[in-house]
Design a protein. Structure first.
Length: 256
């Protein structure tokens, strides 16, 4: 198991959240959990650190030979890499991006954590089918809200023992979108879509509550660190000033 002693120390706030995260999405009863699978949805409001919670969880769970795949929108894959470098530098993380020959080379290497985009994963789905992973994390999981999209269909056939979805909006979305995400995270947990859509809200809550952790900002305001504002002043260069003043004059003339 990877020790946290070698990584950047997490604030007590995040240690507590990691414990809650772990207990919520892994300690399910055998009765409620589909056979040989565990997972769930981390549905905290935006800004409460879902990425960092996932990294803290992996830091406490990964063995040297463990393999993790993280799928995220293209604009976030390097943010994941930066967060791993900052908070878990002892984990071996590789970003799978760029030309296909380069991606194939990275995937052929033995890394602990692979980070790639949904679009790239879709292009390389045949390669991934021949690879084995212990954990799959789906960032911005609302990408799978439509069960008929190609990426949703591919992921339903992509078998990983532990699948976790990260999204700040699944509870507010309609039942069809929630059903689609759960078909990937915990296949077999929910009834057929037609039947699920007819269930009353209380029954839906009984199905999903053990597998969803959601915190709203107002629930944790007292636990959040104080806001730190840093103001940077930057002088415009002469060419920039000229463009700005010309634009300003043009707008003033229109208003006049």
């Amino acid at each position: 198991m990877v020790s946290r002693e070698n990584s950047k120390e997490l604030p007590p706030f995040w240690e507590q959240r990691n414990d809650l995260y772990y207990n919520t999405i892994t300690n399910f009863s055998e009765k409620d959990r589909p056979e040989n699978v565990h997972g769930g949805i981390l549905a905290d409001d935006m800004g409460l650190g879902k990425t960092l919670q996932a990294i803290a969880f992996l830091s406490s769970q990964l063995q040297e030979n463990s393999r993790v795949l993280i799928l995220a929108p293209s604009g976030l894959i390097y943010n994941w890499a930066d967060e791993f470098k900052k908070f878990a530098p002892n984990l071996d993380v590789a970003v799978v991006h760029g030309l296909k020959p380069y991606r194939e080379t990275i995937l052929a290497e033995k890394h602990q954590v692979y980070v790639t985009s949904y679009a790239t994963f879709r292009q390389d789905s045949e390669i991934y089918r021949n690879l084995s992973f212990d954990f799959l994390f789906l960032d911005e999981a609302q990408v799978m809200k439509n069960a008929q999209t190609k990426i949703a269909k591919i992921l339903r056939k992509f078998v990983v023992p532990s699948v976790f979805a990260l999204s700040g909006t699944p509870i507010e979305n309609n039942l069809g979108e929630l059903w689609s995400i759960f078909q990937i995270v915990l296949p077999g947990l929910l009834p057929a879509k037609k039947d699920f859509m007819k269930l009353p809200a209380e029954r839906v809550a009984q199905f999903i509550k053990p597998f969803v952790m959601r915190r709203k900002k107002e629930d944790v305001l007292t636990e959040l660190p104080d806001l730190i504002e840093v103001v940077y002043k930057n002088e415009l260069e002469d060419q920039q000033k000229a463009i700005y003043l010309a634009q300003l004059q043009q707008m003033q003339e229109r208003l006049g």
